[in-house]
Design a protein around this ligand. Sequence first.
Ligand SMILES: [Zn+2]
Length: 150
Amino acid sequence: MVTIARNKNLELISLCEKGYPFEVCGYLLGNGVRGDDGSVIKYDITEIFPVKNINQVNPKRMFEINPLDFIKAEDIAKEKGLCLLGVYHSHPDEDSYASSTDNAYCQVDLCALIYSVKNQKFNEVKAFIPKFDKLKNDTLFFEQTQYQIL
Ligand SMILES: [Zn+2]
């Protein structure tokens, strides 16, 4: 499950609409609750850290983050006593789902929020958390999870 403060969700919607028709991206910070198996089962997002989409090939359909921004996000999380919990990005004129590219970049303990924006207007948002695919040599993929706006 992923939870987020209402004002942060509104901020993300606004950022994704403003960035249209390009994919918008950034980091999600907050606190994670771990389950019995050690993996994060609940992601409580309290802060966001927007970064630039540096993809040059097709930034309307893809996003890419400068590795230096990852380090910055980790520093900011540490300063605030939070954890880096995940990545958000927008899908301009597409539904909210984990694409094959999204799944290829799926990492342990990092959730994803995907905001669908159609004709510059927010359409829907879904949350995804990493899961091991037992049928594919335990490769990671994004499974949709409950998204609660507080
Ligand atoms: Zn995507």
